[in-house]
Design a protein around this ligand. Structure first.
Ligand code: FAD
Length: 417
C-alpha cells in the first residue's frame, strides 16, 4: 500500500512495517500474506525451525504416526478377508526417522518460502518493550526491533497437571511423539490429542489405558458420534476410566504407580509412561504484552475483534493465543485476515463454522451446530442419520460401524450441522 521503505527498512521509520511473533500456522501464514501485499515483514521465532507446534510437534508428526498405525491395523484386519501378513516387525528408530523426515521437509520448505518473499526470519524469544518495539533474545544477547504494526502468534503449550512428581516417564504430547514405546501407557485426558496418541501407541503394541475426568470421551463432540470410537477402543485398550481422576503418581523402580479417584477408579496401577494430555494453555502471558498496552486475560488469552486487532489497534493477535478452537486451520485463516487488515484491507474473520477432526480410528469429524449445543441453546432442528452399515463403500472397507448425521433448520431445511 505504501511506495518505498523508510530509512530503517519499514515505511514509517521503523525497522519493519510488520513484525510477526511466532512462526506457527498462524504466524507464517500472516507473514507470507503480508509480504505478498507489499509490506516489509519480519518473522520472529524462538525455535530453530519454522512451523510452530503444528509442523514440529503437533498435527504433522502425529498424522504421520497415525498413518503408520492405520497401516498396521489394516494389515491385521485383512485376515478377515483372507489376506494374511503375519505380525508386524516395527523398527521404531526407522519409524521415528521417517516422521522426522516429513517434519524436516515441511519446515525447510517454509524457510524457502520466507526467503522467496523476502520475509526476514529472526530467531529468538520476543518480548514487548513498548507499543512499537520488541526485545529479541537469541541466547547470546538482546536485539531491539521496531515495528509499525505487529501480529502476535505465540500459540499455546501443554497444560501440566499440578501435583505430579518430576519424572521423565511423565510425558506430554511432544515427548510422546518421540516414540519411546512402553509396555503400558496411561493417557490422562480423553480429548482429541490424548486419544490420537492412544491410537498410535495401541497400534505399536502398547497396552493403553485412558483416564478422563468428565463422564465421556472427547468433550465437545456429540455423544452418539463418539460411540463407534468408544466401542472399538473399549475392546482393545486395557481400561477406559470415565468420571475418574488421577489422585497421585508415585515413581517406583518398575514404573509409575498411579492412584485413581472417582466413578470408575480401580486399584493402583503401574505404567511405564504416563502421558498428560489435559489441554493446552495460551502463551499470551509470556511476552510482556502490557509494555505495549495489549490486554491479556488472566489465563493468557489475548482478546481480539473481528479484524484480529487487540486492545491496541496496530497490534493484532491470531491462533491458539486468541482462543478456542485451538486448530491449525483456524490459526491460518486468522493469520490471513490479520495480515490483510494490517495492510489496510477490509478483511474480517467471518467464518460461520470451523470443522473439527479427530484422526482416531475410527475418525470423528464434525462441523457447525452440534446436537448438544442445539439442545442446550434451545435451537430447533431436525435430524437425519445414515448408518454406514447401509453403505456399500463402508461394507467394502470392512468398516461399517460409523454413521453420518445431518442437522437441519426445520423451516428452511438448510443444513446447520
Ligand atoms: P503455534 O503453532 O503454537 O506456534 C507458535 C509459535 O510461536 C511457536 O513456534 C513458538 O515457538 C513461537 N513463540 C512463542 N512465544 C514466542 C516468543 N515470545 N518469541 C518468539 N517466538 C515465540 N490442529 C489441527 O487443526 N489439526 C490437527 O490434526 C492437530 N493436531 C495436533 C496434534 C498435537 C499433538 C498438538 C499438540 C496440536 C495439534 N493441533 C492440531 C493444534 C495445532 O497444532 C495448533 O492449533 C496450531 O499449531 C496453532 O497455531 P499457532 O500459529 O496459533 O501457534
Amino acid at each position: 500500500p505504501v511506495s518505498a521503505p523508510g530509512p530503517a527498512g519499514g515505511h514509517h521509520g521503523h525497522d519493519f512495517d510488520l513484525v510477526v511473533v511466532g512462526a506457527g500456522p498462524g504466524g507464517y501464514a500472516a507473514a507470507f500474506r503480508a509480504a505478498d501485499l507489499g509490506l516489509n515483514v519480519a518473522l520472529v521465532e524462538r525455535w530453530p525451525t519454522l512451523g510452530g507446534v503444528c509442523l514440529n510437534v503437533g498435527c504433522i508428526p502425529s498424522k504421520a504416526l497415525l498413518h503408520a498405525a492405520r497401516v498396521i491395523d489394516e494389515a491385521h484386519a485383512a485376515a478377515d478377508f483372507g489376506v494374511h501378513f503375519g505380525a508386524p516387525r516395527i523398527d521404531v528408530p526407522r519409524l521415528r526417522d521417517w516422521k522426522d523426515g516429513i517434519v524436516g521437509r515441511m519446515t525447510r520448505s517454509l524457510t524457502t518460502l520466507a526467503k522467496q518473499r523476502k520475509v526476514a526470519v529472526i530467531h529468538g524469544t520476543a518480548k514487548f518493550t513498548g507499543p512499537h518495539e520488541l526485545a529479541i533474545d537469541d541466547g547470546a544477547g538482546n536485539r531491539r526491533v521496531s515495528f509499525d504494526r505487529c501480529i502476535i502468534a505465540v500459540g499455546s503449550e501443554s497444560v501440566r497437571l499440578p501435583g505430579l512428581p518430576d519424572d521423565p516417564r511423565i510425558i506430554d504430547s511432544t515427548a510422546a511423539l518421540e516414540l519411546d514405546v512402553p509396555e503400558r501407557l496411561l493417557v490422562i485426558g480423553g480429548g482429541i490429542i490424548g486419544l490420537e496418541m492412544a491410537t498410535v501407541y495401541d497400534a505399536l503394541g502398547t497396552k493403553v489405558s485412558v483416564v478422563e475426568l468428565t463422564d465421556g470421551l472427547m468433550p465437545g463432540c456429540d455423544r452418539d458420534l463418539v460411540r463407534p470410537l468408544q466401542k472399538r477402543i473399549a475392546g482393545r485398550y486395557d481400561r477406559i476410566l470415565l468420571g475418574t481422576r488421577v489422585a497421585a503418581v508415585e515413581p517406583t523402580a518398575d514404573g509409575l504407580q498411579v492412584r485413581f479417584e472417582g466413578a470408575q477408579a480401580v486399584e493402583p496401577q503401574v505404567y511405564g509412561k504416563v502421558l498428560v494430555a489435559v489441554g493446552r494453555a495460551p502463551n499470551g502471558g509470556r511476552i510482556e504484552a502490557g509494555a505495549a498496552g495489549v490486554q491479556v486475560t488472566e489465563r493468557g488469552f489475548i482478546p481480539v475483534d473481528k479484524q484480529m486487532r487487540t486492545s491496541v489497534p496496530h497490534i493484532f493477535a491470531i491462533g491458539d493465543v486468541v482462543g478456542q478452537p485451538m486448530l491449525a486451520h483456524k490459526a491460518t485463516h486468522e493469520g490471513k485476515v490479520a495480515a490483510e487488515a494490517a495492510a489496510g484491507l477490509k478483511s474480517f474473520f467471518d467464518a460461520r463454522v470451523i470443522p473439527s477432526v479427530a484422526y482416531t480410528d475410527p475418525e470423528i469429524a464434525w462441523v457447525g451446530l452440534t446436537e448438544t449445543e442445539a439442545r442446550v441453546g434451545g435451537v430447533a432442528f431436525e435430524k437425519a442419520t445414515f448408518p454406514w452399515s447401509a453403505s456399500g463403500r463402508s461394507q467394502a472397507l470392512g468398516r461399517s460401524e460409523g454413521f453420518t448425521k445431518l442437522l437441519f433448520d426445520p423451516q428452511s431445511h438448510r443444513v446447520v450441522g
